[in-house]
Design a protein around this ligand. Structure first.
Ligand SMILES: [Zn+2]
Length: 487
């Protein structure tokens, strides 16, 4: 089975929870045993009570397109009472038993070679597998041969490891070395780590969950900062949306040549360009807060299609910025620069290839990144400014809480706009129409003046924002207007 996964910056928590028929599931429907053999080599035995005879991993091509994640699964054998025989490989991560009676039990055994880093991966090693310190990280989808007929059953995953080793996985555990994900999708769409003395850190997710960080030793200060940030930003988000998001999560952190990450059902993996300097904090802490916010914006408030990516990404960017300033991660100077970036992104998108409606841009997000992120965030900023003036402080956040309250159903564009308009006396649709048609930077400057933001602009990409708000405690500093300050 071919499988494409996007990096953290492009998309997060993309998988939608599904319900599976559980009729034929028993406790022993699917049992996996992962045994350490020697450095870089594991043996996996999978027993299926009633098997289709076809087994699949979610195969990913490497960056050079001359290999795939399945290359590290070798020696796949059918274990029968009289001995073993090889299982036929059909390509693209699919194996099939010869002459298998459907629904008969089956046991297979195969070798997992932990050499995935000999390849480069387009969306990063965290989507596949990697080694860190003395430990190993794997994504279930790359290593567990799944019988799709049993995807609704809760598989048992047991580890047989050297004496001082441990396993860290985002699944319910039945013993320190055994886990039982609720179904096959949760087995596949998650990362886990095994090794001697894993570095872990437990943190709270506001009042609604627990988060465990599993990190490379050299990232200890980063993990500690992220854990402290998480608790504080989750409290902010819970207040803004007047509700919590499910936060039982495992977070894997490793060093690499660049910054990015990947998100799974109950886990996400972030990687950091080493060394992580103090000055990098503004970027990675913002990214971390942005991804955490997607638990509300994207995971709980779910898009029904590609149309509202401008809202999911742009509003997330804007709300994250407000939160970073409120928490003191951004100085006033950082904050004005961030607002310049938001406006600049939109203006550059407009000058090169625009105007384009946010919905149209959303349906090809990677090609229209500047419009989706910049236009969406500018829409949030203008709406917040004008709602605060028209309706009063907190009107923008009350609107977000209303959207969140309606999140039992996914949001198509029309229902989202109806909710935004209901809370803004129709301003949302009016601003969206202007952004879609192309907002001239000088007209935008006039528009922002009365709201405590002075925009000085030269060319589309060169601009300076000066805060002229009032009521800041710290005198002699430019004061962001009230709408940019969370209570
Ligand atoms: Zn995002």
């Amino acid at each position: 089975m071919k499988y494409a996964c996007a990096g953290i910056a492009a998309s997060l928590f993309i998988a939608t929870p599904q319900t599976y028929a559980q009729d034929s599931c028993t406790d022993d429907a699917a049992q996996y045993t992962v045994r350490y053999v020697e450095e870089g080599v594991f043996e996996i035995t999978a027993r299926f009570r009633q098997s289709s005879g076809v087994f699949e991993v979610f195969d990913v091509e490497n960056a050079n397109r001359d290999g795939s994640s399945s290359d590290f699964i070798t020696n796949v054998m059918h274990v029968k009472p009289g001995g073993t025989e090889p299982v036929a490989y059909l390509g693209e991560g699919t194996w099939r038993l010869d002459a298998h009676t459907p629904s008969a039990p089956a046991t297979i055994r195969y070798t997992l070679e932990a050499r995935h880093e000999t390849y480069a991966w387009r969306n990063g090693k965290e989507e596949i597998a990697y080694r860190f310190d003395d430990a190993y990280y794997f994504v279930g989808a790359r290593i567990f041969l799944l019988d799709l007929d049993l995807i609704g059953c809760a598989p048992e995953i047991s580890f047989v490891l050297p004496a001082n080793w441990e396993a860290a996985a985002p699944w319910p555990s039945t013993s320190p070395s055994s886990f039982r994900p609720a179904n096959g999708e949760l087995m596949m769409s998650n990362g886990f780590a095994i090794g001697p003395t894993l570095q872990t850190l437990d943190a709270t997710f506001g009042d609604s969950g627990k988060v465990k960080f599993v990190y490379e030793k050299s990232l200890a200060p980063v993990a500690r900062q992220a854990a402290a940030d998480m608790d504080r930003i989750v409290k902010r988000y819970t207040k803004i949306f007047n509700g919590s998001a499910n936060g039982d999560f495992m977070i894997f952190m490793t060093t690499d040549q660049g910054n990015d990450g990947g998100a799974f059902r109950n886990s996400f993996a972030q990687r950091f360009k080493a060394p992580v300097r103090d000055s990098d904090g503004i970027i990675w802490r913002t990214t971390f807060a942005h991804e955490t916010l997607h638990l509300w914006m994207g995971h709980t408030i779910r898009p029904s299609d590609g149309d509202i990516e401008w809202f999911k990404e742009g509003f997330t960017d804007y709300i994250t910025s407000k939160t970073m300033f409120a928490e003191g991660v951004y100085s006033t100077a950082d904050y004005s620069k961030k607002i310049e970036n938001i406006i600049g992104r939109y203006m550059i998108g407009l000058a090169f290839g625009g105007p384009k409606s946010l919905v149209e841009a959303s349906n090809n997000k990677s090609a229209n990144r500047l419009t989706v992120y910049g236009g969406g965030a500018l829409m949030a900023l203008l709406l917040d400014a004008e709602m605060t003036t028209d309706i009063g402080d907190g009107a923008f956040e009350r609107m977000l809480a209303d959207v969140f309250a309606g999140s039992a159903e996914p949001y198509p564009q029309a229902r989202l706009m109806a909710a935004l308009d209901r809370n803004s006396n129709g301003r949302a649709s009016a601003i969206l129409a202007e952004i879609d048609a192309g907002l001239d930077p000088f007209a935008l400057a006039d528009r922002l003046d009365p709201h405590g933001l002075e925009l000085s602009v030269f060319t589309p990409e060169e601009m300076y924002v000066t805060f002229t708000g009032t009521g800041c405690k710290a005198r002699k500093q430019p004061c962001p207007p009230a709408f940019l300050r969370l209570p």
